[in-house]
Ligand binder design. Structure first.
Ligand code: CO8
Length: 258
Protein backbone atom coordinates (compact mmCIF):
# COMPACT_ATOMS: atom_id res chain seq x y z
CA UNK A 1 0.00 0.00 0.00
CA UNK A 2 1.32 3.44 -0.98
CA UNK A 3 2.42 5.75 1.85
CA UNK A 4 1.04 9.29 1.84
CA UNK A 5 2.07 12.43 3.75
CA UNK A 6 -1.35 13.69 4.82
CA UNK A 7 -3.66 10.67 4.81
CA UNK A 8 -3.67 7.03 5.80
CA UNK A 9 -4.89 4.67 3.09
CA UNK A 10 -5.63 1.00 3.59
CA UNK A 11 -7.73 -1.80 2.15
CA UNK A 12 -10.01 -3.95 4.31
CA UNK A 13 -11.75 -6.64 2.33
CA UNK A 14 -13.43 -4.94 -0.62
CA UNK A 15 -13.40 -1.50 1.06
CA UNK A 16 -10.75 1.19 0.57
CA UNK A 17 -10.27 3.45 3.60
CA UNK A 18 -8.93 7.01 3.43
CA UNK A 19 -8.30 8.70 6.80
CA UNK A 20 -7.43 12.40 6.66
CA UNK A 21 -4.41 12.85 8.90
CA UNK A 22 -3.35 16.44 9.59
CA UNK A 23 -4.31 16.57 13.27
CA UNK A 24 -2.24 19.72 13.82
CA UNK A 25 -4.59 21.62 11.47
CA UNK A 26 -7.90 19.82 12.14
CA UNK A 27 -7.41 18.08 8.77
CA UNK A 28 -7.46 21.37 6.84
CA UNK A 29 -7.38 20.60 3.13
CA UNK A 30 -4.07 21.82 1.70
CA UNK A 31 -2.76 21.06 -1.77
CA UNK A 32 -0.79 18.02 -0.64
CA UNK A 33 -3.83 16.52 1.10
CA UNK A 34 -5.92 17.05 -2.04
CA UNK A 35 -3.26 15.29 -4.13
CA UNK A 36 -3.03 12.44 -1.63
CA UNK A 37 -6.80 11.92 -1.42
CA UNK A 38 -7.17 12.04 -5.20
CA UNK A 39 -4.28 9.59 -5.70
CA UNK A 40 -5.63 7.12 -3.13
CA UNK A 41 -9.23 7.38 -4.36
CA UNK A 42 -8.14 6.97 -8.00
CA UNK A 43 -6.09 3.89 -7.11
CA UNK A 44 -9.06 2.34 -5.27
CA UNK A 45 -11.34 3.30 -8.18
CA UNK A 46 -9.08 1.47 -10.65
CA UNK A 47 -8.97 -1.69 -8.51
CA UNK A 48 -11.71 -4.23 -9.33
CA UNK A 49 -11.23 -5.75 -5.87
CA UNK A 50 -12.63 -2.55 -4.31
CA UNK A 51 -16.39 -1.95 -4.25
CA UNK A 52 -16.68 1.00 -1.85
CA UNK A 53 -14.48 3.75 -0.40
CA UNK A 54 -14.76 5.33 3.06
CA UNK A 55 -13.37 8.80 3.75
CA UNK A 56 -13.06 9.79 7.38
CA UNK A 57 -11.17 12.15 9.67
CA UNK A 58 -10.56 12.20 13.41
CA UNK A 59 -12.94 12.31 16.36
CA UNK A 60 -12.42 16.07 16.52
CA UNK A 61 -12.61 16.98 12.86
CA UNK A 62 -13.57 15.43 9.55
CA UNK A 63 -11.96 18.57 8.05
CA UNK A 64 -12.12 22.19 9.21
CA UNK A 65 -12.02 23.55 5.67
CA UNK A 66 -9.49 24.49 3.06
CA UNK A 67 -6.14 25.45 4.56
CA UNK A 68 -6.58 29.14 5.33
CA UNK A 69 -2.86 29.67 5.97
CA UNK A 70 -1.99 28.26 2.52
CA UNK A 71 -4.53 30.52 0.73
CA UNK A 72 -4.23 33.70 2.75
CA UNK A 73 -1.62 35.57 0.71
CA UNK A 74 -2.83 34.65 -2.78
CA UNK A 75 -4.17 37.06 -5.41
CA UNK A 76 -7.31 36.43 -7.46
CA UNK A 77 -5.16 35.65 -10.49
CA UNK A 78 -3.09 33.16 -8.48
CA UNK A 79 -6.23 31.44 -7.20
CA UNK A 80 -7.55 31.12 -10.76
CA UNK A 81 -4.25 30.19 -12.44
CA UNK A 82 -3.16 27.79 -9.74
CA UNK A 83 -6.54 26.04 -9.78
CA UNK A 84 -5.57 25.03 -6.27
CA UNK A 85 -8.64 22.98 -5.66
CA UNK A 86 -9.30 21.74 -9.21
CA UNK A 87 -8.22 18.18 -8.54
CA UNK A 88 -11.17 17.71 -6.18
CA UNK A 89 -13.25 17.33 -9.35
CA UNK A 90 -11.30 14.10 -9.96
CA UNK A 91 -12.32 12.89 -6.51
CA UNK A 92 -15.99 13.75 -7.16
CA UNK A 93 -15.75 11.81 -10.44
CA UNK A 94 -14.66 8.42 -9.04
CA UNK A 95 -17.06 5.68 -10.17
CA UNK A 96 -16.93 3.72 -6.92
CA UNK A 97 -19.47 4.68 -4.22
CA UNK A 98 -17.85 6.83 -1.51
CA UNK A 99 -19.04 7.08 2.09
CA UNK A 100 -18.07 10.06 4.22
CA UNK A 101 -17.88 9.11 7.91
CA UNK A 102 -18.01 12.48 9.67
CA UNK A 103 -17.22 13.18 13.32
CA UNK A 104 -16.55 16.67 14.68
CA UNK A 105 -16.10 19.63 12.36
CA UNK A 106 -17.01 19.42 8.67
CA UNK A 107 -16.63 23.08 7.77
CA UNK A 108 -16.11 24.93 4.51
CA UNK A 109 -14.14 22.65 2.21
CA UNK A 110 -14.70 19.85 4.76
CA UNK A 111 -18.47 20.09 4.33
CA UNK A 112 -17.93 20.39 0.57
CA UNK A 113 -15.74 17.27 0.57
CA UNK A 114 -18.47 15.34 2.42
CA UNK A 115 -20.95 16.53 -0.20
CA UNK A 116 -18.75 15.07 -2.97
CA UNK A 117 -19.42 11.65 -1.40
CA UNK A 118 -22.48 9.48 -2.01
CA UNK A 119 -23.43 8.60 1.56
CA UNK A 120 -22.78 10.86 4.56
CA UNK A 121 -22.79 9.05 7.92
CA UNK A 122 -22.55 11.51 10.78
CA UNK A 123 -21.51 10.93 14.38
CA UNK A 124 -23.74 12.74 16.86
CA UNK A 125 -20.73 15.03 17.45
CA UNK A 126 -20.63 16.19 13.82
CA UNK A 127 -21.00 19.89 13.01
CA UNK A 128 -21.52 21.11 9.47
CA UNK A 129 -21.18 24.61 8.11
CA UNK A 130 -19.96 26.92 5.38
CA UNK A 131 -18.19 29.63 7.43
CA UNK A 132 -16.29 31.19 4.51
CA UNK A 133 -18.37 34.38 4.79
CA UNK A 134 -16.60 35.03 8.12
CA UNK A 135 -13.30 35.09 6.21
CA UNK A 136 -14.54 37.57 3.61
CA UNK A 137 -14.98 34.93 0.91
CA UNK A 138 -17.59 32.36 -0.16
CA UNK A 139 -17.58 28.57 -0.55
CA UNK A 140 -15.32 27.61 -3.45
CA UNK A 141 -15.41 23.81 -3.69
CA UNK A 142 -19.08 23.41 -4.58
CA UNK A 143 -20.73 24.60 -1.35
CA UNK A 144 -23.15 27.08 -2.90
CA UNK A 145 -24.24 24.50 -5.48
CA UNK A 146 -24.27 21.11 -3.75
CA UNK A 147 -25.67 22.48 -0.48
CA UNK A 148 -28.65 24.04 -2.29
CA UNK A 149 -29.31 20.69 -3.97
CA UNK A 150 -28.93 18.83 -0.65
CA UNK A 151 -30.99 20.98 1.70
CA UNK A 152 -32.90 23.42 -0.53
CA UNK A 153 -32.32 27.11 -1.20
CA UNK A 154 -33.51 28.69 2.06
CA UNK A 155 -31.59 26.43 4.44
CA UNK A 156 -28.46 26.67 2.28
CA UNK A 157 -28.75 30.44 1.96
CA UNK A 158 -29.04 30.89 5.73
CA UNK A 159 -25.98 28.71 6.33
CA UNK A 160 -23.85 30.34 3.62
CA UNK A 161 -24.86 33.92 4.50
CA UNK A 162 -24.51 33.63 8.29
CA UNK A 163 -21.67 31.08 8.38
CA UNK A 164 -23.32 29.35 11.36
CA UNK A 165 -22.76 25.66 12.08
CA UNK A 166 -25.50 23.07 12.36
CA UNK A 167 -25.34 20.00 14.55
CA UNK A 168 -25.82 16.43 13.36
CA UNK A 169 -29.54 16.32 14.24
CA UNK A 170 -30.27 19.48 12.24
CA UNK A 171 -28.14 18.19 9.36
CA UNK A 172 -30.14 14.95 9.30
CA UNK A 173 -33.47 16.82 9.48
CA UNK A 174 -32.30 18.99 6.59
CA UNK A 175 -31.37 16.05 4.37
CA UNK A 176 -27.62 16.73 4.39
CA UNK A 177 -26.70 13.46 6.08
CA UNK A 178 -27.85 9.93 5.34
CA UNK A 179 -27.90 8.83 8.98
CA UNK A 180 -26.67 9.93 12.44
CA UNK A 181 -25.08 7.36 14.75
CA UNK A 182 -23.49 7.54 18.22
CA UNK A 183 -19.89 8.77 17.86
CA UNK A 184 -18.47 5.51 19.23
CA UNK A 185 -20.26 3.53 16.51
CA UNK A 186 -19.31 5.72 13.54
CA UNK A 187 -16.48 3.67 12.06
CA UNK A 188 -18.23 0.33 12.66
CA UNK A 189 -21.38 1.68 10.96
CA UNK A 190 -19.31 3.05 8.09
CA UNK A 191 -17.63 -0.34 7.70
CA UNK A 192 -20.97 -2.17 7.75
CA UNK A 193 -22.49 0.19 5.18
CA UNK A 194 -19.40 0.05 2.96
CA UNK A 195 -19.28 -3.74 3.10
CA UNK A 196 -22.98 -3.97 2.25
CA UNK A 197 -22.39 -1.78 -0.80
CA UNK A 198 -19.15 -3.50 -1.82
CA UNK A 199 -20.89 -6.89 -1.82
CA UNK A 200 -23.07 -5.83 -4.77
CA UNK A 201 -22.09 -6.22 -8.42
CA UNK A 202 -19.56 -3.57 -9.43
CA UNK A 203 -21.13 -2.80 -12.84
CA UNK A 204 -24.48 -2.12 -11.16
CA UNK A 205 -22.82 0.05 -8.49
CA UNK A 206 -21.08 2.14 -11.16
CA UNK A 207 -24.35 2.45 -13.11
CA UNK A 208 -26.35 3.38 -9.98
CA UNK A 209 -23.86 6.08 -8.97
CA UNK A 210 -23.74 7.52 -12.50
CA UNK A 211 -27.54 7.60 -12.68
CA UNK A 212 -27.82 9.24 -9.25
CA UNK A 213 -25.27 11.85 -10.38
CA UNK A 214 -27.38 12.47 -13.48
CA UNK A 215 -30.30 13.38 -11.20
CA UNK A 216 -28.26 16.28 -9.82
CA UNK A 217 -26.82 17.41 -13.12
CA UNK A 218 -29.57 17.15 -15.73
CA UNK A 219 -33.24 17.77 -16.44
CA UNK A 220 -35.74 15.08 -15.44
CA UNK A 221 -36.16 14.06 -19.08
CA UNK A 222 -32.40 13.71 -19.64
CA UNK A 223 -31.97 11.90 -16.33
CA UNK A 224 -34.73 9.42 -17.18
CA UNK A 225 -33.15 8.81 -20.60
CA UNK A 226 -29.80 8.15 -18.92
CA UNK A 227 -31.41 5.79 -16.40
CA UNK A 228 -33.21 3.83 -19.14
CA UNK A 229 -29.95 3.29 -21.06
CA UNK A 230 -27.97 2.37 -17.96
CA UNK A 231 -30.70 -0.03 -16.76
CA UNK A 232 -30.85 -1.77 -20.14
CA UNK A 233 -27.06 -1.99 -20.48
CA UNK A 234 -26.83 -4.05 -17.28
CA UNK A 235 -28.75 -6.85 -19.00
CA UNK A 236 -25.52 -7.67 -20.87
CA UNK A 237 -23.67 -8.37 -17.62
CA UNK A 238 -23.15 -11.85 -16.16
CA UNK A 239 -24.15 -10.46 -12.77
CA UNK A 240 -27.65 -9.50 -13.96
CA UNK A 241 -28.18 -13.10 -15.08
CA UNK A 242 -26.74 -14.38 -11.80
CA UNK A 243 -28.74 -11.93 -9.64
CA UNK A 244 -32.05 -12.82 -11.24
CA UNK A 245 -31.31 -16.58 -11.34
CA UNK A 246 -30.40 -16.44 -7.63
CA UNK A 247 -33.74 -14.76 -6.89
CA UNK A 248 -35.63 -17.46 -8.80
CA UNK A 249 -33.64 -20.25 -7.12
CA UNK A 250 -34.09 -18.66 -3.67
CA UNK A 251 -30.34 -18.41 -2.93
CA UNK A 252 -27.81 -15.64 -2.40
CA UNK A 253 -26.29 -14.20 -5.57
CA UNK A 254 -22.59 -14.88 -6.21
CA UNK A 255 -21.56 -11.83 -8.21
CA UNK A 256 -18.40 -11.89 -10.33
CA UNK A 257 -18.32 -8.14 -10.97
CA UNK A 258 -18.69 -8.49 -14.69
N1 CO8 B 1 -6.97 26.12 7.83
C1 CO8 B 1 -5.77 26.13 8.45
N2 CO8 B 1 -5.60 25.82 9.75
C2 CO8 B 1 -6.69 25.50 10.47
C3 CO8 B 1 -7.97 25.49 9.90
C4 CO8 B 1 -8.09 25.81 8.51
N3 CO8 B 1 -9.26 25.79 7.86
N4 CO8 B 1 -8.87 25.16 10.85
C5 CO8 B 1 -8.18 24.97 11.96
N5 CO8 B 1 -6.86 25.16 11.74
C6 CO8 B 1 -5.74 25.07 12.71
C7 CO8 B 1 -5.72 26.25 13.66
O1 CO8 B 1 -5.09 27.34 13.06
C8 CO8 B 1 -4.98 25.66 14.83
O2 CO8 B 1 -3.59 25.66 14.54
P1 CO8 B 1 -2.54 26.35 15.56
O3 CO8 B 1 -2.67 25.55 16.83
O4 CO8 B 1 -1.22 26.17 14.87
O5 CO8 B 1 -2.98 27.75 15.75
C9 CO8 B 1 -5.43 24.22 14.87
O6 CO8 B 1 -5.95 23.95 13.56
C10 CO8 B 1 -6.54 23.96 15.87
O7 CO8 B 1 -7.58 24.87 15.61
P2 CO8 B 1 -8.20 25.85 16.75
O8 CO8 B 1 -7.17 26.16 17.78
O9 CO8 B 1 -8.83 27.01 16.03
O10 CO8 B 1 -9.30 24.88 17.36
P3 CO8 B 1 -10.65 25.30 18.10
O11 CO8 B 1 -11.19 24.04 18.69
O12 CO8 B 1 -10.46 26.47 18.96
O13 CO8 B 1 -11.64 25.77 16.90
C11 CO8 B 1 -12.68 25.59 14.74
C12 CO8 B 1 -12.07 24.85 15.94
C13 CO8 B 1 -13.99 26.28 15.16
C14 CO8 B 1 -12.99 24.55 13.67
C15 CO8 B 1 -11.68 26.64 14.20
O14 CO8 B 1 -10.42 26.02 14.01
C16 CO8 B 1 -12.08 27.29 12.91
O15 CO8 B 1 -12.95 28.15 12.88
N6 CO8 B 1 -11.42 26.88 11.78
C17 CO8 B 1 -11.65 27.48 10.49
C18 CO8 B 1 -12.97 27.04 9.89
C19 CO8 B 1 -13.18 27.71 8.54
O16 CO8 B 1 -13.30 28.93 8.46
N7 CO8 B 1 -13.25 26.92 7.47
C20 CO8 B 1 -13.44 27.43 6.14
C21 CO8 B 1 -12.12 27.60 5.47
S1 CO8 B 1 -12.26 28.36 3.85
C22 CO8 B 1 -12.76 27.11 2.85
O17 CO8 B 1 -12.92 25.99 3.26
C23 CO8 B 1 -13.00 27.44 1.40
C24 CO8 B 1 -13.07 26.17 0.59
C25 CO8 B 1 -13.08 26.44 -0.88
C26 CO8 B 1 -11.78 26.91 -1.42
C27 CO8 B 1 -11.75 26.69 -2.91
C28 CO8 B 1 -10.82 27.70 -3.58
C29 CO8 B 1 -10.72 27.48 -5.10
Amino acid sequence: MTEYDTILAETRGRVGWITLNRPEALNALNTQLMRDVVAAASAFDADPEIGAIVVTGSERAFAAGADIKEMEGKSAQEMLDGDHFGDWALFAAVRTPVIAAVAGYALGGGCELAMMCDVILAADTARFGQPEINLGVIPGMGGTQRLVRAVGYYKAAELVLTGRMMDAAEAERSGLVSRVVPAGDLLAEAEKTAEAIAAKSLPSLFAAKAALDAALESSLADGLRFEKQAFAALFDTADQKEGMAAFREKRAAAFENR
